[in-house]
Design a protein around this ligand. Sequence first.
Ligand SMILES: Nc1ncnc2c1ncn2[C@@H]1O[C@H](COP(=O)(O)OP(=O)(O)OP(=O)(O)O)[C@@H](O)[C@H]1O
Length: 562
Amino acid sequence: MLTLLLTKAIIDASSALLVAILLGTFLPAGRTPSGWYAQLEMQWQAFAGSGLSALPLLVAVLVLSKGVVAPLLSVARSRLIDAWTLKISLSIFQHELTRPAAQRSNTTAQDSNVAVNFMAPRIVIGTLLPSLELLTETLVVAVLLGVLLALEPLATAMLLGALVMAAVGGGVLSARLNNIRETRRGESQVLMQRWVADSISCLREIHLYGLVDAVLERYYPVAKGFARATARERTLVEVQSPIMELFFLMMLVLCVSVASQGSGQTELHAIALFSAVGLRLLSGFRRVLFSLQTLHLSRPYFEELTAPDSASCPAQAPAQPLTAPTRASPRPVLVCEELQYSYPQVSHAVINNLNLSIGQGEWVGLVGESGVGKSTLVDVLIGERQPSHGSLQWIDLPVEHRTIGYAASGTTLIPGTLRDNVTFLGCSTEQTLSEALAIAGVDVLLNRLPQGLDTPMDAVEQQLSSGERQRIGLARAVAHAQVLLILDEATAALDQVSESRFLQALRAARPELAVVLITHRLTALRHTDRNMLMADGALTDFTCSVEPDQPSHFAERYPSCI
Ligand SMILES: Nc1ncnc2c1ncn2[C@@H]1O[C@H](COP(=O)(O)OP(=O)(O)OP(=O)(O)O)[C@@H](O)[C@H]1O
């Protein structure tokens, strides 16, 4: 990259000199013979032969370098940026996907965290590149300018005239290019942002179902499209820049040649030389400012990237040794003993001395006041958070987390079809898929969709009710659950009859499945085998005879749970 930039800077600087020489050829014959330009001209004649006119050659070299070579170098540079953007984007996304919950900030997917990550590739590219450019271009321009300033004083309204003309022409060109790039880049930008935001909203599912690689694979073409669009945008800008400079220089040539006719001035060539190099200086300053701006913008992101805890993901905790089950019947699949968990920077433990055993096919209801720690417990159960104390043992499970299905109250739909959203980039069989759809009651929605399972969700997402959306989330969880299904207020958007139907259908179709049902709704507890109440970080057995028409018992005892 540095070589490319240096080559381009040298081409630009040489072009400026070439223009100055070209301008010299238009000047009146009465220029000072001892002047530096006359000396230069003599040397050229000695080198090229007196009969050979330098003019066509100089014009050809100038047009070739500014009009062809410089844009080509810009295209090559954009290709490199393309590769960088893609690589940085993927690594940031992978980092975000694999970072343990404890290291994640509290911001949600829609918040600045994602926005910062999304902006990162552009910020990084926009920072590194101008910094390198500064290095090469300001060096060349500063040297040239120093020499020319020593030779001649500043002058001329002609330069201003040329600048005005270039600015007007450039404004028109920029407006047209802006329109083109805005529409092309906008699409991939929206899709990429959506992928990152949605994936971060679904992190629990992605981790549980072991889908980090699958998500990255799907994200790859999106990121590639974005990288290409970004590179294309930069290419347009970069190609525009030398063309604009050429335009400006041509204007300058015109102005000087017209003004010098019969004027008798002898040093116009110096003005021209100064102007040509001055142009480079102007663009150099512009890039210095741009670089400073982007460095300023990107500083918070670099600080986050270089923070000690973001360097890498710690290795997954080794599997706990299997011990004898503590309950004989039903056969336990999960046993937790004396679990403890505190959030960083929070003094009290959200989970404190918590014991829980879940048997195969057993349904456990989990109730408790809002904010008591139910979702935190789920995070600990599914391995998103590591307990600070106690043991958590999965019995006889070869791959401990991929056998758990999980659904929460909110369902994030990922870009793709309904099928993609239920299989969730995994490889569920048609039978598992249709069974999950039927249990969750998505089959009704399915009949309404124009392309059935292959209907792109983008097209119909706005038309889905919150209950229909939740059914898709439930189907996703059921399709992935093999041993345990965790429903964290996952039926809250369904009416009670629909919720009851779903739970009955689930029990009938998947009797082997253990279920943890977290709910604030009393009637759901009719479907569980036993219930636990969470309070002060621990669980206590909770028995209540809950009838649909007699909710008062539970409500009176624990009014805040309803
Ligand atoms: N990332 C976090 N950092 C610090 N504290 C947190 C974090 N996430 C949750 N908490 C706090 O931990 C406690 C338990 O939160 P949790 O979401 O587990 O409760 P909950 O029982 O699931 O609540 P609800 O029924 O409202 O969903 C709350 O006091 C909450 O403010």
